[in-house]
Design a protein around this ligand. Sequence first.
Ligand code: ATP
Ligand code: MG
Length: 208
Amino acid sequence: MARYGLMGGTFDPIHLGHLVTAEEARFQLRLDLVIFIPNRCPPHKDPSEVTDPEHRYLMTVLATATHPYFRVSREEIDRPGPSYTVDTIRAFRHRYPQDDLYYITGADAIGQILRGEWHRTEELLRMCEFIGASRPGYSIDRDLWQSSDIAREYRHRIHLLEIPALAISSTEIRRRVQEGRTIRYLVPEGVEQYILKHGLYNRTGRRG
Ligand code: ATP
Ligand code: MG
């Protein structure tokens, strides 16, 4: 029986915050593999604001290629319509009926889940366990954790994880590129080169 970590996201672009979270989850929960799952159409984001899925997929591949236990899945990239995590987890459950599945998220996503904001939240919580990583700027509301109906029923399936704090977001990376500021050491070198090569996030021309 294997233990798989699944990390969904828009990865626009993937950055060191994602990678440190995945690695720390792999280590602390003794996961055999972490599978990154870039989405096609994130239900909570404006489609005109999201970069072409193939660019986001390739940057995720570049960022993870040298790690022996990281993989990237096209499950959501190849599925038309809104990328609901519940559909993805159902597909992985079907593929790996006997294995342990852990869905890796940051504290912002855990807050949304505890408030029932994800599509078919309870079905999702029944299908796999969750890892909620600490993330600078977000904390899990104590009242929500203690007393919301969803938390009371499912919090034993949500593993809270302290990770080295990296106050990095894809939004900040995109803003930096637009403003011509450096993103070196915030994303893997290959991802930085890919962004420059394809002129991603750059409406005004980049300096330095
Ligand atoms: P955006 O600013 O575009 O929303 P993001 O940095 O939040 O991008 P996402 O692709 O939205 O990245 O996030 C995917 C997952 O990674 C989410 O579960 C999110 O909580 C988690 N995550 C992102 N950045 C960090 C970070 N710095 N530390 C911990 N978790 C993170
Ligand atoms: Mg986000």
